[in-house]
Design a protein around this ligand. Structure first.
Ligand code: AKB
Length: 326
């Protein structure tokens, strides 16, 4: 391990950011990871800085103060929420990324992580086993910002030698934290409802198959990509990664093995249209070949783990989902 590594996580309160931050703390030590977000968290264990990533000076001040060598930029407005105010979504998603790129370039940050998404694909891409280099015509402003971000990542690598690395995440499923504003969020919410023995209203159709990944796999993929030798990272836009693909009906069938009376009603809204424009499954052979990616969790193991962990959490805590964030 590089003894000088100091990591700044931007968006550390988010669904992926909160779990990734803990993994980075375990790997590098509490004093080597600076978590940041718009608001601080009570009883956060480790170093926390309040950063609004639209403020370049604030990012730069923290980077200089802590001698940051790596930035994980996880702040973004996601696909569904982003459609409420497209221009603001574009502005925030792009401005924050440009700030990270510029601060990194000007302050000799060694590596940057930029999360992309299956949302970069649209109607023109093959629906099944979507290849890494499929045509990108995203249907959401979030997807457009991610597709543009991937190209800017490559631009900064080619023009300035900035080592930006990126993954196109499927929907991430984890018990540790809650997603917010995405089209794949139902796949986390459904487990909470099952454990609480409440009816679930699904905003997608029962056959809306989407690529998904378990949190442990998503975090491991991120750390493995960031650890890979520079010459192995051949794609400087972004890597497809696949976990599993399933529809709401398939996850319901799996949950009913444990909760036979689990009730679901389907009330598709505008998010169904977004889901229809996305791939059903991803070809992740480039990630497998270049840096050895391999998922470990299937729908059965995800369901067992989600239900067991959420049961423990709800037994310990209150029924208020928000208190389950940490
Ligand atoms: C979303 O649904 O917007 C995200 C994503 C797939 O990027 N979870």
């Amino acid at each position: 391990m590089d003894t000088e590594t100091v990591i700044l996580v931007i968006g550390a309160n988010g669904q992926l950011g909160s779990v990734l931050t803990k993994s980075l703390q375990q790997k590098f030590g509490l004093e080597r990871v600076i978590a940041s977000d718009l608001r601080s968290i009570d009883d956060f264990h480790g170093i926390f800085e309040v950063i609004d990533a639209t403020n370049r000076n604030k990012i730069e001040e923290v980077v200089i103060r802590y001698k940051v060598t790596q930035i994980y930029h996880l702040a973004a407005i996601l696909s569904a929420k982003g459609e409420e105010n497209p221009l603001q979504t574009w502005d925030i998603n792009m401005k924050t990324f440009f700030n990270v790129l510029e601060v990194s370039r000007l302050n000799q940050v060694d590596k940057v992580f930029f999360p992309s998404s299956i949302a970069v694909f649209g109607e023109e891409a093959p629906l099944n086993d979507t290849p890494n280099n499929a045509y990108l015509n995203p249907s959401t402003v979030y997807g457009i910002s991610k597709a543009a971000g991937e190209n800017w990542a490559q631009y900064y690598f080619l023009k300035y030698g900035l080592d930006v690395r990126s993954i196109r995440y499927p929907g991430v499923i984890g018990y540790q934290s809650l997603p917010g504003g995405g089209t794949t969020d139902y796949a986390v919410d459904i487990y909470h409802k099952a454990v609480l023995e409440e009816e679930f209203s699904c905003f997608l159709n029962e056959d809306a198959t989407l690529p998904m990944i378990f949190m442990d796999d998503a975090v491991r993929a991120t750390l493995e990509l960031m650890d890979a030798p520079k010459e192995s990272v051949k794609l400087r836009t972004s890597y497809n990664i696949a976990g599993i693909s399933f529809s709401p009906a398939e996850v319901v069938a799996e949950i009913r093995k444990l909760y036979p009376d689990f009730k679901v009603i389907y009330e598709p809204d505008f998010r169904q249209n977004i889901a229809e424009s996305w791939p059903k499954s991803m070809d992740d052979s480039a990630a497998r070949n270049d840096w050895g990616w391999k998922p470990q969790f299937d729908l059965e193991s995800i369901t067992e783990t989600m239900i067991q962990k959420l049961k423990e959490k709800y037994k310990k805590g209150s029924k208020n989902r928000e208190v389950l964030m940490f």
